[in-house]
Design a protein around this ligand. Structure first.
Ligand code: PLP
Length: 387
């Protein structure tokens, strides 16, 4: 399998490490293994590379490097924001989120709810767009953390984070955004969007798994999630994962320099894929807002067939994609996102996510366009729902 050429269209799950990122990391996996906190030069000389990485991450977000804290992943960044907020505000804390958040946010909020923090979950419409009116009706005070994702991992739908953050701030609340799927794909500028906290993850933008960052706007009080040494200015204990931090910095630098050009190329590939599949596969329908969407994501339902079966047949042809249903206790349940959007079961089961990256080519799109109509016909022929 390793040698076989893969048409990889599951980039919202994880991405390939960019060769430039790998190259930047190698010296720190090899001879430059010093601890950046050491007094001697062998360790201390590594410190400046961590500082450079912090600047590279900050540059991509238009932030100050002192506002960046390195973490182990997007999930940790989300936990640090939400749990850190609740620790800081104690019994007065309140949380507001959306029903379509990634489990990194949703389950963290629900965990705090079980411990007594009031939680409001705002719904979405059939396009996966936040019900803004419901948000404006929700109580928000200076002890409220609102946490809304910048872009949805399943549908790619982009929330109007600027408007959401402006509303939350106007009521005195604090605003966190899970921007794990947005960073590197669309411009994320913290001078234009008044978020206080923002989570990102290395492996979604061509850095390795196991590194992330949390942006903490200057002046935001936030108790640390991980207590320990003085690393990260006392905001996250633990010896810095230097090679991975350097890799994340490089990935952010690359994203900043090539986002505009590369993402419009990715969008053209995605649009061609989508248009062809909707035209050639019977019973196909696009899920999520057609416009306000990440440039790389197409989530398409194929009526009366199961996403898992599509994935297996695509896999046989060396194509990697993802589905909107998860196999829980033996039964295929549509994802919480599809259910929240009110997608009928007959459609939600067949939801398939194609998520592209800068490494996809026209030939990859051709391969999927060629494979899908036959797969859909074959599975529909087997469907018990079709007479
Ligand atoms: N948030 C979103 C929107 C995601 O898509 C993911 C990963 O899929 C995460 C958070 C979690 O990130 P990580 O895998 O780095 O923990």
């Amino acid at each position: 399998m390793a040698d076989r050429r893969i048409v990889y269209m599951d980039n919202n799950a994880t991405t390939r490490v960019a060769p430039e990122v790998r190259e930047a990391m190698m010296p720190f996996l090899d001879g430059r293994y010093g601890n950046p906190s050491s007094m001697h030069r062998f360790g201390g000389s590594v410190r400046k590379h961590v500082d450079t990485a912090r600047e590279q991450v900050a540059d991509l977000l238009n932030a100050d490097p002192r506002e960046i804290v390195f973490t182990s992943c997007g999930t940790e960044s989300d936990n640090a924001a939400i749990q850190g907020f609740c620790e800081t505000h104690g019994n007065a804390s309140r949380l507001i989120t959306s029903v379509v958040e990634h489990p990194a946010v949703l389950n963290t909020c629900r965990h705090r709810q079980k411990r007594g923090t009031p939680l409001a979950e705002i719904g979405v419409d059939e396009d996966g767009m936040l019900a803004i009116h419901d948000l404006t009706q929700a109580p928000i005070d200076p002890h409220t953390l609102a946490t809304f994702m910048w872009a949805n991992n399943e549908t790619g739908v982009i929330f109007p984070i600027d408007k959401i953050a402006e509303h939350v701030k106007s009521k005195g609340g604090l605003m966190h955004t899970d921007a794990v799927q947005a960073v590197g794909k669309v411009p994320v500028d913290v001078t234009k969007v008044p978020v206080d906290l923002l989570a990102l993850s290395g492996h979604k933008l061509h850095a390795p798994k196991g590194v992330g960052a949390l942006y903490i706007r200057k002046g935001t009080a936030l108790a640390p999630l991980i207590h320990g040494g003085h690393q990260e200015d006392g905001r996250r204990g633990g010896t810095e994962n230097v090679p991975y931090i350097v890799g994340l910095g490089k990935a952010c630098e690359l994203a900043a320099s090539r986002m505009r050009e590369e993402q419009s190329r990715v969008k053209a590939l995605r649009d061609r894929l989508e248009t062809e599949l909707l035209a050639t596969c019977t019973g196909a329908k696009l899920n999520g807002h057609h416009e306000h969407r990440l440039p790389n994501t197409a989530n398409i339902s194929f009526e009366f067939i199961e996403g898992e079966s599509i994935l297996l047949l695509l896999d046989e042809k060396g194509i990697a994609a993802s589905s909107g249903s998860a196999c829980t206790s033996g039964s295929l349940e549509p994802s919480h996102v599809m259910r929240a959007m009110g997608i009928p079961y007959t459609m939600a089961h067949g939801s398939t996510r194609f998520s592209l990256s800068i490494y996809n080519t026209d030939a990859d799109v051709d391969a999927v366009i060629e494979a899908m109509p036959g797969i859909v016909e074959r599975l529909r022929g087997l469907s018990p729902y079709v007479k």
